[in-house]
Design a protein around this ligand. Sequence first.
Ligand code: BGC
Length: 256
Amino acid sequence: MSPAAAPKPSPRKKTPREAAAPGPRTLAIDIGGTGLKALILGPDGKALTERKRVPTPKPATHQAVMRELKKLIKALGDFDRVSVGFPGVVDEGVTKTAHNLHESWEGFHFADALSKATGRPVRVLNDAGVQGFGVIEGRGVEMVLTLGTGMGCALYVDGKYVPNLELAHHPFRNGKTYEEYVGEAALQRVGKKKWNKHVQRVLEQVQPIWNPHKLYLGGGNARLIDFPLPKNVIITENIAGLLGGFALWKEEPLPQ
Ligand code: BGC
């Protein structure tokens, strides 16, 4: 299907804030292991619409996710460009891994497929990478760890993103990877108290390796943390995974 023939997002009455904000609108999408989330950002990078969410289909093949995304997008109104946070390795719009989705994503040109479906240009980056763009200061070494279905990890040097740092699947402790130790399955298996201990151990491990001046904790499970955090560690709002999508269009080419 050519972009010209692509289905247009359905027209919707503009809110006063939308009408007062001329300039490009960014559709920001966050693909998670349990939910697909989206909202529209205005030209200032602030949210213009509420966040919409649909459950991630099971199995989460690229065909099934694309189907759900089309429904999600329809409910949001018009936009000029698209940013996506994807839970796996992404290289120039092509998804290489998707540990918590489905193997069909391996080698899928997601940016192209979504661009054809929406008729708009699309940029796709690892989800933790996008999350960081929503919170970093842009100074020195900053790190992001996300605690959700999987464990996301992103690193920035003076605001420049070091792409696809897949700490999640590195060996960590007792024959387990980082993700097996602090991901959603671990939380379910060991319970909140022990899981907190696990997160603490992960922080103790990564801090002296990368020495970030700020370490941001994001993802749906970060709110379950109940131990005192070191001074440089900050719990961030999950919405950053969508707000960070704005930064993907700040640079030419894609900041990866
Ligand atoms: C993936 C990462 C992703 C993280 C959080 C991991 O399983 O390998 O790429 O950032 O989950 O979604």
